[in-house]
Design a protein. Structure first.
Lengths: 737, 248
């Protein structure tokens, strides 16, 4: 359970046992499942047992169970002398109460270590005092690691030190303030020092970074131990390690300073609650640190982002595309005989070699293409040829679909890939499906009528539709709460909706009835998304996990657990092998579908993340959150490569154009903004060196990348969609304020 | 928003709480909803505490009773999501199994029917009263000679009737081996075997066995069913797929 990567060996053996037994004790008594066997550096396991026995002995003595003391002493074989000495130490120590004495004992310990040459009995007593200290600390368990009134002193001491340090180190060491502050505050609250906790908060709360202020506001409402119990996020914060990245030089400075001091409370807290990821290199500047910080658990460790991710696209299957007569009508008006030529689909088969970054075709099982899928693909290819090429001079037109009379009840929107259907999820638990094209929505005929139709006719797919049910709008009832997520299947047969009632429902778009209700989350499900190949879908909710389902399994296939707060946004990668989840803990995680592992953690947002978009080539990820910034991430290297500032409110919609040239973002500030994504990705060079240090110098070029801002009257933008020909569709509910 | 002077004290307190928690924009009804919630919660707790204190034969409600009341209610009404280590544990378990292979060409890929919402959620009542009234009208029943097995009591025949209601047209034909199909003269049916889809009128009726000796006559009907064609296959699948649900 070593908190610090380097430097273990430099500590004295005694010092080392102390913090480790400390952490051992606390971890044992807190009941956490973390491994409770500490590695005592120099000592054999018997020393640990000895200490435990002595601890038990002290406990019995304290409670005046003298007979048990005698029996234990006899059986454990502890000598009388040893005990009497420790008894005296303990008698003096215990009288004043645990906290202050731990402090004084600590000081006693550190002094002898500083004054190295001693006679032989003194090291022995020192060792016993050391053990005594360990024992008292073990016994005092969860209680504060120092006198509560001294916490303010420790903190201000550290603050003064950091302010006196060289500029280049100051930024890095200032990262310590926030986690230390929160942990010390929680310690005080947990041990029922309410007034001291409040005073501590008032004195140092305002110093923290502005992007932590929201968390601090919640924190200041917590003043009693009972408040902590129900709060999962805080419990996770307390048990998980806050990760800090500090360069080696700054770290040496800090360590030297803290070890000179006699009161090592801060050092204890650092070792127990913080994980310091040390890297060799230049200390980072304030802006670099600010760009990556903001999440609940600090930044991501560099090892986490080193796993190889197959971000390439899967090969498209070869399909023969017949050149359609209708397209050539204009040319052949004179009625010349039209020759039908077949053209092979050359998009996917240009390179026969396997893209090294692409996953194997059969890495995860994918459904095979049916005939109807092949027809869809042919349509897709035809539309691709008519696609408008977008660039900074040729911006897309935007068509805005406003939902009127929604009374702020519109909670989710989705378009089909071919932009023929539009679905809206509402707070009154209905899902409404509209046809965007003039073609109306029809239900399939009933069973009796289906028997009557001629099954061999060419237009059988038209005949199975019941004309009497044709309408522009279909309302789907079934959910028991507001519908927060919608997703059409790629083959336009199904619609998924996720709701606050904890279920994800699969609706058929042929009968417009509900087919399945997937129950797994017992808490609101905030988002759901179909895989680009159909069959799989992912959902994320309030229970902090995302689940991967297949339409024909009533239980999830994979559970992606790791976020510290709700999962608000879930998206599939274009090759369907990875899932990205954005969460309220301000991180984005990329999960591997094959084995459920988290392969990337991206930190940097300062607010909950509400939108994610993969670039069509699969290499990049864009994310938008409540802080109004769009961040761009390189998936392969695991780095942040761009920051787009401009929006002033939460960004709920992000979409790349069909070839990835333009990124469109829509937000609650009633605007749609277009960004030049080619330029954003070109400017940045990522290579192994930058990957090693974990950060890339970000150019501040948001203004150059912004290609256009388009305001709607008073309609926040909920969803964006590029048609196959690169027309941008936007959707939102008109709010009359 | 109502001016602070005319707003009652409780509402002022609530506004202050919202301000302290950093919520600056909210609809005016939020205050009312929050006050309602507070009132309901506090009265529930205090009532529970009163019950506990009378149970402990105390004359007054004291802090311990309130604490106990809060503890009990927290587990009931305010459940929080499972803790992180538990989630990591079950995730590890679940993620170990490899992804199942996809069977080709299976039509709509849906879970076994018991987990779907595609089954009919209604069942037609059998009309006993009409039996006696219409029995008198059957003067010349045209019996189709099929194997007549003496069916036991009425209720078991009720189940086949349910099936016929929900199924496609063709199924009643297969069940005629077990019963008679009789055409009530008042119907419009042309054939004895009411298999054609255009006969909507014959009713599903049980005739009193005493009328015709030991043989039971069942008049089958075709109610025009609105269910999708997937249902007949779905009913058949129900039996096959009974044990087919996926194990963990």
């Amino acid at each position: 359970m070593a908190a610090v990567q380097d430097g273990q060996m430099e500590l004295d053996a005694e010092k080392e046992t102390k913090p480790e037994v400390l952490s051992d004790g606390t971890s044992n008594l807190s009941g956490s499942t973390a491994s409770g066997t500490p590695l005592t550096a120099g000592g054999a396991p018997t020393q640990e047992d000895q200490q435990t026995l002595i601890a038990v002995l002290q406990f019995l003595k304290r409670n005046k169970l003298s007979d048990s003391v005698e029996i234990l002493r006899r059986e454990a074989g502890l000598g009388d002398q040893e005990d009497s000495q420790t008894l005296e130490g303990s008698g003096g120590g215990k009288g004043d109460g645990g906290g202050g004495d731990a402090n004084s004992l600590l000081s006693r310990v550190s002094i002898p270590s500083a004054a190295a040459p001693q006679n032989t009995p003194t090291p022995a007593t020192v060792k016993r005092a050391d053990e005594q200290l360990d024992v008292s600390v073990v016994l005092s368990a969860y209680s504060q690691q120092g006198d509560p009134s001294l916490y303010q002193v420790y903190y201000s001491g550290l603050k003064n030190f950091i302010e006196s340090v060289l500029d280049c180190h100051r930024a890095e060491l200032s990262q310590l303030f926030y986690p230390l502050f929160v942990h010390m505050y929680l310690e005080l609250v947990y041990n029922n020092h309410e007034s001291k906790a409040k005073a501590f908060f008032e004195k140092f709360g305002g110093d923290q970074e502005c992007y932590y202020q929201d968390d601090l506001r919640i924190l200041c409402g917590l003043t009693k131990k009972e408040h902590l119990k129900g709060n999962e996020a805080l419990l996770d914060f307390r048990t998980s390690r806050f990760v800090l990245r500090i360069s080696r030089d700054s770290y040496q400075l800090l360590k030297r300073h803290l070890q000179e001091r006699h009161n090592n409370q801060i050092w204890n807290i650092i070792q127990e609650h913080l994980y310091i990821d040390i890297f060799d290199g230049m200390p980072r500047s304030k802006s670099q640190i600010d760009s990556l910080s903001g999440s609940f658990a600090g930044e991501a460790r560099r090892e986490v982002n080193k796993v190889k991710v197959f971000h390439g696209l899967l090969k498209e299957p070869e399909i023969e595309v017949p050149l359609d007569d209708e397209d050539d009508e204009a040319e052949n008006e004179e009625g010349k005989p039209k020759k039908k030529k077949t053209k092979k689909d050359s998009v996917g088969s240009k390179s026969k070699k396997q893209d090294p970054n692409a996953p194997q075709q059969n890495r995860i099982p994918l459904p095979e293409l049916k005939d109807s899928d092949k027809l869809d693909k042919v349509m897709y290819m035809k539309e691709c040829t008519k696609r408008i090429r977008l660039n900074p001079e040729n911006l897309p037109s935007i068509c805005f679909y406003s939902f009127l009379n929604a009374y702020q009840g519109l909670t989710a929107v989705d378009f089909t890939d071919d932009s023929s259907l539009l679905a809206g999820g509402f707070a009154d638990s209905t899902v409404r499906v509209w046809s965007v094209t003039p073609k109306k929505l029809r239900k399939v005929k009933s069973a009796t009528e289906l028997n009557l139709i001629d099954k061999e006719s060419d237009d059988v797919l038209e005949r199975i539709m019941d004309e009497k049910t044709a309408s522009e709008l279909k309302i789907l009832y079934g959910h028991g709460g507001p519908v927060y997520g919608l997703s059409f299947s790629p083959d336009r047969n199904y619609l998924l909706s996720s709701s606050e009632d904890g279920t994800v429902r699969l609706w058929s778009l042929q009968t417009f009835t509900c087919l399945v209700g997937y129950k797994g989350h017992n808490y609101p499900v905030w988002d759901t998304h179909f895989s680009p190949f159909g069959y799989y879908f992912v959902s994320g909710g309030h229970d902090r996990v995302a689940r991967l389902w297949a339409t024909d399994h009533y239980q999830p296939l994979r559970i992606f657990a790791g976020h510290l707060a709700d999962v608000t946004c879930t998206r599939f990668h274009p090759n369907s092998n990875y899932v990205a989840t954005g969460s309220t803990d301000r991180t984005i995680r990329l999960w591997d579908v094959l084995n459920g592992n988290c392969v990337r953690i991206f930190t940097g947002h300062k607010g909950p993340i509400h939108s994610l978009a993969f670039s069509p080539n699969g290499k990049f990820l864009a994310s938008g959150s409540t802080d109004g910034r769009v961040l761009l991430w390189d998936i392969g290297h695991g780095l942040m490569i761009g920051e787009l500032k401009g929006h002033t409110d939460t960004i709920y919609a992000l979409k790349f154009s069909r070839d990835g040239e333009i990124l469109a973002s829509g937000s609650m500030d009633n605007t749609v903004r277009l960004w030049d994504s080619i330029k954003a990705f070109d400017d940045v060079e990522t290579d192994d060196f930058t990957a090693a240090t974990g950060h890339v110098p970000l150019p501040d070029n948001s203004q150059e990348l912004l290609l256009g801002t388009y305001h709607s009257k008073s309609t926040p933008v909920t969803h964006l969609h590029f048609t196959r020909r690169n027309l941008l569709l936007a959707a939102g509910a008109y709010t009359s304020q | 928003m109502a001016s602070p002077k005319t707003v009652p004290k409780d509402a002022q307190v609530m506004m202050q709480i919202l301000k302290d928690m950093g919520i600056t924009e909210y609809e005016p009804r939020v205050i009312n909803q929050m006050l309602e919630f507070t009132y309901r919660y506090v009265t529930t707790i205090i009532e529970d505490a009163k019950i506990y204190s009378t149970h402990a034969k105390k004359s007054n409600v004291d802090a311990d009773d309130i604490k106990l009341a809060i503890q009990c209610r927290v587990d009931q009404s305010f459940i929080s999501p499972p803790p992180r280590d538990f989630l990591l544990d079950i995730a590890r378990q679940k993620n170990q199994t490899p992804l199942p292979l996809i069977k080709p060409y299976t039509g709509p890929r849906l879970p076994p029917d018991r987990y779907c919402l595609t089954a009919p959620n209604y069942r037609l009542k059998s009309l006993q009263k009409k039996v006696s009234s219409s029995a008198g009208r059957i003067t010349v029943p045209r019996l189709s000679v099929g194997a007549v097995s003496s069916r036991p009591s009425t209720p078991t025949l009720g189940t086949p009737s349910v099936q016929t209601v929900g199924t496609k047209v063709g199924t009643p034909v297969s069940l005629t081996g077990q019963r008679f199909t009789v055409q009530i003269p008042s119907s419009q049916a042309a054939s004895v075997k009411s298999a054609t889809p255009t006969t909507p009128t014959v009713q599903n009726v049980l005739i009193n066995p005493s009328l015709i000796g030991s043989k039971n006559i069942l008049i089958t009907t075709n109610m025009v069913s609105q269910n999708s064609s997937g249902d007949s296959t779905s009913l058949k699948r129900k039996h096959e797929d009974e044990d087919d649900y996926d194990a963990l």
